[in-house]
Ligand binder design. Structure first.
Ligand code: LRH
Ligand code: MN
Length: 425
């Protein structure tokens, strides 16, 4: 299924009167406050969020999986679905692949299908947390950290293959997340595991192309429940520093213990120029992979506050903006549309923060004043500005409404059936 420009513009017709009224009212009030609305719109248009290939189907837990039908059963179909999302919100111009779940059989066909719908390839993800069929050595007790050289070598080789696949598709980054760790005290040596991981990463780093990034993703627990070798931002940062300029820390919002101050981690990493990218999602308890901004929208706003300031005050390089979610209850594509919306809304609100006044309030310890400045931005409803940004980019004023009234899911079920299963989590 492919959405045409005229289909989307038809959708916008019925909403344009209400939209123009809401946008004009907002634009006038922003203008009165001295904001350059055109600049805000172009910055919001420029922010593109990559879609994870493994989140286009229904996720599940060990307690069950409830598929909604019409899922992409091939890489080409996954690319078509990202194309539909991008047609609707003009804000998802890339897909992040996971290997071996998405090994291309025909590279040219894959690249052609992607360029046909205006998307590219963001970071490629390696997978040494699952054994592949007839795999010689098991990753049960770890991969890059494993005490057995043969297992480490196998995992290093896999990452080299993932880089080769990414190079053929035009990707410019490799994301490594390691499940490696232990579930019981005494199971392994923490220091040996970290040293093995460093040595293995050094082998991989040697073949990371000069214009690529190596993104090191951390996570405190799961699937191991006593220790994880790369458990927190500090360990990822330590390894990235040891490896060199091409290595950075990737922040998955769900990979923090409860009440962790993630925006402070972002500020610290940007100060060191070592923030490489994000896996956006939201969570209440653990790595819940819920819709972005659905549980802690204020935290997301504070993270974008650090990002906006960080980009104007540090030399941290551009980031890989990616979602990493799993959909147990919602339609995967509606969930992803909502997540992209929430990310762009938090960014737009952060652009409204009067940083000069905030700085003066901070300098004189005007705590309440500083909070007023932050929350004035956060409490500004910028949804008409997002809608206008998408409308001007030939996207839908209301992507969810368009997704539903264009009967995208119904059509995909007709084309693919109710039983089609997407590879991934
Ligand atoms: C681990 C993780 C990692 C991916 C996987 C799909 O929890 O966040 O980024 O490899 O999810
Ligand atoms: Mn992740």
């Amino acid at each position: 299924m492919k959405l045409t420009l005229s289909q989307i513009q038809d959708q916008n017709k019925s909403q344009s009167a209400d939209h123009s009224r809401n946008f004009d009212f907002l634009a006038e009030s922003l203008d009165k406050k001295g904001f350059d609305v055109e600049t805000l719109i172009s910055k919001v248009q420029d922010l593109q969020i990559a879609i994870p290939s493994w989140a286009l189907g229904t996720g599940g837990t060990r307690f069950g999986r409830f598929s909604g039908g019409g899922e992409p059963a091939s890489l080409i179909q996954k690319i078509q679905d990202v194309g539909i999302l991008h047609a609707l919100n003009q804000s998802s111009n890339a897909v992040s692949l996971h290997i071996p779940w998405d090994i291309p059989s025909d590279y040219q066909a894959i690249k052609d299908s992607a360029s046909e719908v205006g998307i590219g390839f963001d970071a490629v993800n390696s997978n040494t947390f699952q054994n592949q069929a007839n795999q010689e050595h098991s990753y049960k007790f770890g991969s890059l950290a494993n005490s057995e050289t043969a297992v480490r070598d196998l995992a290093v080789e896999h990452n080299k293959q993932v880089i080769e696949i990414g190079e053929k598709l035009g990707s410019k980054a490799l994301t490594i997340w390691l499940a490696d760790g232990s579930s019981f005290p005494g199971q392994h040596s923490h220091r040996k595991a970290l040293e093995n991981t460093h040595l293995s990463l050094q082998e991989i780093y040697k073949i990371v192309p000069e214009d690529w990034k190596l993104l090191i993703e951390y996570k405190p627990y799961e699937p191991n429940f006593y220790s994880t070798v790369i458990q927190d931002w500090g360990t990822s940062f330590l390894l990235a520093n040891k490896l060199g300029n091409k290595a950075y820390t990737l922040v998955d919002l769900g990979h923090h213990l409860p009440n962790t101050n993630i925006e402070q981690i972002v500020a610290t990493l940007m100060t060191e120029g070592k923030l490489g990218g994000f896996h956006f999602n939201d969570s209440k308890y653990g790595d819940d992979d819920l819709t972005v901004g659905s549980i802690k929208p204020y935290q997301l706003f504070l993270i974008f506050h650090e990002l906006v300031k960080g980009f104007s005050e540090t030399n941290n390089p551009p980031l890989s903006w990616m979602i990493d979610a799993s959909h147990n209850l919602k339609d995967p594509m509606e969930d992803l549309i909502q997540s992209v919306q929430a990310i762009k809304l938090a960014y737009a609100q952060a652009l409204l923060i009067d940083s000069k006044s905030l700085e003066s309030a901070q300098d004189i310890h005007d705590v309440a004043g500083a909070q007023e400045i932050l929350q004035d931005a956060y409490r500004t409803d910028l949804r008409p500005l997002l809608a206008e940004a998408m409308r001007r980019s030939c996207g839908a004023i209301d992507p969810i409404k368009a997704f539903r009234s264009l009967k995208v899911r119904e059509t995909l079920i007709k084309e693919r059936g109710l039983k089609s299963i997407a590879s991934g989590l």
